[in-house]
Design a protein around this ligand. Structure first.
Ligand SMILES: Nc1ncnc2c1ncn2[C@@H]1O[C@H](COP(=O)(O)OP(=O)(O)OP(=O)(O)O)[C@@H](O)[C@H]1O
Ligand SMILES: [Mg+2]
Length: 256
């Protein structure tokens, strides 16, 4: 599996939001971290990759070009967890999973679907909450249900828009670990928009750093997360501690 994104542009009305987005090809088994300050275009890029928003340029996954295959075929391969978690309705997580799976006509028997949902809830620590109404659950738990709804589709390309923003320290790690394992096991691809640079450095194989709808840097974390780039993009002064291999720590000294 390979994702190739080249020269992607997108507009809201006449306003150009994404400018010629290109980053290195992503091979199966990789997690990409999409970084950048608020309004830099991360969610817009996610929407373009999912086919929800029209774009110009090339989005090629395996041999399919999104611009050519049309959204139906694309949606069979791609699932998104949007930035906003599921609304706090009276539905239970179990009902939501079943209705979503059936509305998407996922090809599972009742027994298979039941087993899949149970396994996903178990992985995400949701088993004890599966029969509670969504409006009684905390924001973090609802975010995990958003993730469960993406997992149930078992996509080849998993797009996660700030999947850990509402989660506590432990669940942030568990979720990214889970995503990494899923992707590595089956040679799939995931792209996650993240604000937590330490987590991105630790779990992502490739980072794409954006500002004002442009890619400022892309590559491995040690090339992207350098004080010059972080000053330019986030307007912060940083010191980067590389003493523990594989676990770079970004110390934000202050705003500049
Ligand atoms: N529906 C819309 N109509 C018009 N402009 C939009 C719309 N959605 C987003 N934008 C604009 O596009 C730009 C990029 O927004 P986007 O949501 O992609 O940023 P982001 O990097 O995901 O930010 P955040 O970290 O806050 O989630 C912003 O200037 C935003 O105002
Ligand atoms: Mg966003």
């Amino acid at each position: 599996m390979r994702l190739s994104v080249k020269n992607l542009s997108a507009f809201y009305g006449k306003k150009q939001i994404l400018h010629d987005i290109t980053f290195p090809d992503v091979d199966g088994g990789m997690v990409v971290g999409l970084l950048g300050p608020n309004a830099s275009g991360k969610s817009t890029l996610m929407k373009c990759l999912s086919g929800e928003k029209k774009s110009k340029g090339n989005i090629i996954f395996d041999d399919d070009n999104l611009q050519e295959v049309g959204s139906k075929k694309w949606h069979e391969k791609v699932a998104t967890m949007p930035q906003t978690p599921p609304a706090p309705t009276a539905l239970t997580p179990t009902e939501l999973m079943w209705s979503t799976a059936r509305a998407l006509a996922l090809p599972y028997s009742d027994k298979e679907l039941s087993r899949k949902i149970e396994s996903i809830f178990n992985d995400l620590g949701l088993s004890d909450f599966q029969l509670d109404a969504l409006h009684t659950l905390s924001g973090g738990k609802r975010q995990l249900i958003g993730l469960a709804l993406a997992f149930i589709r078992d996509p080849e390309l998993l797009l996660l828009d700030e999947p850990t923003s509402a989660l506590d320290l432990r669940w942030r790690m568990i979720v990214l670990e889970l995503v990494k394992n899923k992707v590595q096991q089956d040679g799939r691809v995931s792209i996650a928009a993240l604000h937590d640079l330490d987590l991105a450095a630790r779990y992502c194989d490739l980072l794409v750093l954006m500002k004002n709808g442009k890619v400022i840097a892309s590559g491995p974390s040690e090339e992207v997360l350098i004080p010059e780039n972080l000053a330019r993009v986030y307007h912060v002064e940083t010191e980067i501690d590389l003493s523990k291999p594989g676990y770079p720590r970004i110390d934000v000294v202050g705003a500049i």
